[in-house]
Design a protein around this ligand. Structure first.
Ligand SMILES: [Zn+2]
Length: 160
C-alpha cells in the first residue's frame, strides 16, 4: 500500500490508488498532485462535501467556470494551497456574517465565487434581509440564499 503524508490531516495515510481523473483531461496533473499530497480518507471527505457543493450551488461541471469553482474549493478543502481566496476556507462551515446594511447572522457557507456567496441554514430559519433566496424549504425555513461579496462586511468562523 502506498502511503502519503497528508497535507490536510497531517498524518500518514493511504494514498489514492490511481489518478481520479481521466487521462488526457486538463485535471490529470491535479490528480497526480492529489496522489502525492492527500490521503484517501481526506479525498473521500472532499467528495462527500463536493456533492453538496454541486447540488446546493447548482454547479454544472460541464461549464468551465463551474469547474474552476469546484477545483478552487477542492484546493481550499484539501489544504493544497494555490488559492488566493481566503473566504474559500469557510466553505462547508458555519460562519458569522455581517452585511454592509448591518445585518448579522450565522449560516452554512455552501459556495463562494468571485461575485457571490451562497449560504443555507440561517440562524432562526428565516432568510435575513439583504440575502436573495435561491431555494426555500417546505416550511419556509432552512432555505438557501446568495449575497454579493460587495455587500459583506465581515465573515468569520461562527459558533452555532
Ligand atoms: Zn488526510
Amino acid at each position: 500500500m502506498n502511503t502519503v503524508r497528508c497535507v490536510r490531516c497531517r498524518t500518514e495515510g493511504a494514498a489514492l490508488k490511481s489518478n481520479p481523473f481521466r487521462a488526457g483531461t486538463a485535471l490529470v496533473s491535479l490528480g497526480e498532485e492529489l496522489r502525492s499530497s492527500v490521503c484517501v480518507d481526506c479525498y473521500n471527505a472532499w467528495l462527500k462535501s463536493s456533492v453538496k457543493i454541486i447540488n446546493d450551488g447548482k454547479l454544472d461541471l460541464r461549464e468551465a467556470r463551474a469547474q474552476h469553482v469546484w477545483v478552487s474549493q477542492m484546493r481550499a478543502f484539501l489544504n493544497l494551497g494555490g488559492t488566493s481566496d481566503p473566504w474559500l476556507r469557510f466553505v462547508d462551515r458555519r460562519v458569522r456574517i455581517e452585511t454592509t446594511s448591518k445585518v448579522v447572522t450565522t449560516a452554512m457557507l455552501l459556495r463562494a465565487d468571485d461575485e457571490k456567496l451562497w449560504l443555507a441554514d440561517f440562524n432562526g430559519g428565516a432568510i435575513p434581509s439583504g440575502f436573495a433566496p435561491t431555494q426555500t424549504g417546505a416550511d419556509g425555513a432552512s432555505g438557501s440564499a446568495s449575497i454579493l461579496r460587495d455587500c459583506v462586511l465581515t465573515i468569520e468562523e461562527g459558533a452555532e
